[in-house]
Design a binder for this molecule. Structure first.
Ligand SMILES: [Fe+2]
Length: 312
């Protein structure tokens, strides 16, 4: 039997997404190269360090008993509460010893193909800047608090660390099929907004929830959102909200399960059958779903962010 030829097996060089692949038109700042890496991490002011410390303290009021075990252990392993914005060099040394990852500074959101390339090589690009007091509660662009507090502790978990690399490598195929949106939905519903079932109940592993003040309680305990067991194909066909709480959260059994669902899925077949947009609305509940909680959607039906609706 002929072996299946994997066109993508070398992830060492920055990929070229090609002319026809639809990506966000991000303009590269003049001081960074094609890898989008900052030459060095910013020198943070005393006020920047204070903002980090206050954000850290606020999250620690909310997260114990809600964040997953791997995240809480990761915070400890990396000593992220030692005070001030963490130094990426020191973080990378510690992470390198644990799972072979490093943290590298970038100026802003970076293009998909550059992001995939860094992940595929176990480098996590983290926003260099920190939010100001004016944007203390919510910023759309990921800053160093979101990226380092939210994402980096999870990279101390060996299986999750492998999942992140596998995700980056999956980017090559998504580019070849021009289906970046579908792969983006997988990232969104796992790495950013994922829940996991632990022995004591549901817990959070998604950085978008872990790094903000409002969503932890809503995601786990709210009546509004759906909570559905994750199936990779289903998630990759599902639209998502980028500037408000999610109408639906997807739950995994374990990081092993997430890893296997992703690396064992034949994305060629999936992409061939997939249209260019999303099939399912973000609040949809389907007959095929393994549903844990059918949400009332009260929060979104009352108007969501900006309407004054309570996140219930
Ligand atoms: Fe993020």
């Amino acid at each position: 039997m002929a072996a299946t030829i994997e066109p993508e097996s070398d992830f060492s060089a920055l990929p070229d997404p090609g002319e026809g692949v639809f990506t966000a038109p991000l303009k590269r700042p003049a001081h960074v190269g094609e890898d989008w890496l900052e030459p060095a991490q910013t020198d943070y002011s005393a006020e920047d360090d204070k903002i980090w410390d206050e954000l850290f303290a606020r999250q620690m009021e909310i997260l114990p008993g809600r964040a997953c075990t791997a995240f809480m252990q990761g915070l400890d392993k990396l000593d992220l509460g030692r005070g001030g914005v963490p130094d990426f060099g020191r973080l990378s040394e510690e992470l390198g010893r644990q799972t072979g990852w490093s943290v590298v500074p970038v100026p802003m959101l970076i293009p998909d193909h550059v992001f995939f390339w860094h992940l595929a090589n176990r480098r996590f690009p983290a926003g260099n800047f920190i939010r100001t007091r004016e944007t203390f509660d919510y910023i759309q662009e990921p800053d160093v608090f979101h990226d380092v507090f939210g994402h980096v502790p999870m990279l101390t978990d060996p299986v999750f660390a492998d999942y992140m690399q596998a995700y980056g490598r999956a980017g090559w195929k998504a580019m070849r099929y021009n289906r970046l949106k579908a792969l983006g939905a997988l990232y969104w519903y796992t790495v950013e907004f994922g829940l996991i079932r632990e022995a004591d109940g549901l817990r959070i592993y998604g950085a978008g929830i872990l790094s903000g003040p409002r969503e932890a309680v809503f995601a786990l305990e709210g009546e509004s959102p759906n909570r559905i067991m994750l199936a990779v194909d289903r998630v990759m066909r599902t639209d998502y909200v980028i500037d408000d709480l999610q109408p639906t959260y997807f739950v995994i059994e374990s990081f092993e399960d997430l890893y296997h669902q992703t690396v064992e899925r034949d994305f060629d077949q999936l992409y061939r059958n997939l249209g260019p947009g999303f099939t399912y609305a973000n609040a949809a509940v389907l007959d095929i779903d393994n549903l844990l909680h059918r949400g009332t959607q009260e929060y979104h039906l009352r108007g969501g962010r900006g309407s004054g609706a309570a996140p219930v």
